[in-house]
Write a protein that binds this ligand. Sequence first.
Ligand code: FCB
Length: 417
Amino acid sequence: MHGDGFRFPDGFLWGAASSPTQVEGDTRNEWADFIARDGGHADEGCDAWADFERDFRLLETMGLTAFRIGLDWGRLQPAPGAPLDAAAAARYRQMLDWLSARGIAPFVTLFHFACPRWMAERGGWANPSAPAWFEDFARRVAALELPVVHWITVNEPCVYLTMSHLIGLFPPRRRFAFPAGWRALRHLVLGHRFARAALCAANPTAKVGITKHFKHFMPYRPWHPVDLLNAWLCNAIFSRYLLEAFLRESGSGVRSTSWTGCDFIGVNYYGRMRVKGFSDVSPVSGAPRELFGRLNVVCDDMWEQDPPRLARLLPDLTRRYGLPLYVTESGFATEDEELRVRLLKEHVASMREAVGEGADLRGYFYWALTDNFEWAEGYSKKFGLAGVDFNAHGKPRTLRPIAEAYARLSRNGYWIG
Ligand code: FCB
């Protein structure tokens, strides 16, 4: 890529991502009672609530120009419709001021897999009042006049509902709860619309979108009708139908093709997944490594990787929806640092190809800035640009080799070496 004159467009954002429950510690939402597969608890966390600056300084060290953080609803709002907790709001303001003072653009998520406890006790997003609660929260956040342009109302609604209402790996750990899951989905769509209206009413220059997990599903046995049907259904529902529900303006019917319900699309991209019967075949679900070796595919510790598909996905999204795109999450759970650098390089090459094909891509956020609490998996999955030694006093951070490559990319706009 080096030497042929290609650079990502001026103003292209190179960032990192995080979410409150995964890094803050001192958990104030429904994850407070949750124990992960490896025995980990969100509270042990990275202590980023106690000291956010040391992680933010890593952004400066790498010369990154954007950072995705989230505001924890449970921490900010102690009861439905209640005023925001002043100390928590002040702390988030401090964080955002810190970023803007250094020219680091914040992308701020309002709902990232975590209901306040009072909401969880009332049925979470399945409660008919949920959209109004979320609207109230968004209105109060908007009234804080924080230095933020880009807002993400909801992170990965489909993953959230699958994990919380279908396969029971996230709170409230419900399985095959179709009616409640369906209600929750409708309420998430409404909540997004209400929150977007509230944020834009307070600041007409705000840009509001969602982040969507884009995964390509493939049949594990290409001849098996159940695998084929399931993969097809997952692609149709997960990747298309649910995205479009959020992209439509309210009242514009399911056949509408005007995608004015978001100002941008946040693309979270972690590769592809094979389906076998009604489950998936991936490292995170316990499929043996040798299997992927035999199939000749590269995996991290969670999923099958597929960098080339990003080169097709992004231009396709631009053609279909005409909205600005940001890769709001892409990263690799591995302790093989060569693999991490190689995968980043391949994803960047795909983005470059995508831009050449007309994708309106404006930024990339590596998941994650630091190792963190990976939900049901706990602390065993290492995604960070910086490693965290969770066993040592003070949980020290160490930038990984990838950080140097990423810093050069951010400074030069192209890949070197
Ligand atoms: C995404 C989540 C994010 C993180 C990554 C690995 O689905 O949005 O919080 O857990 O996966």
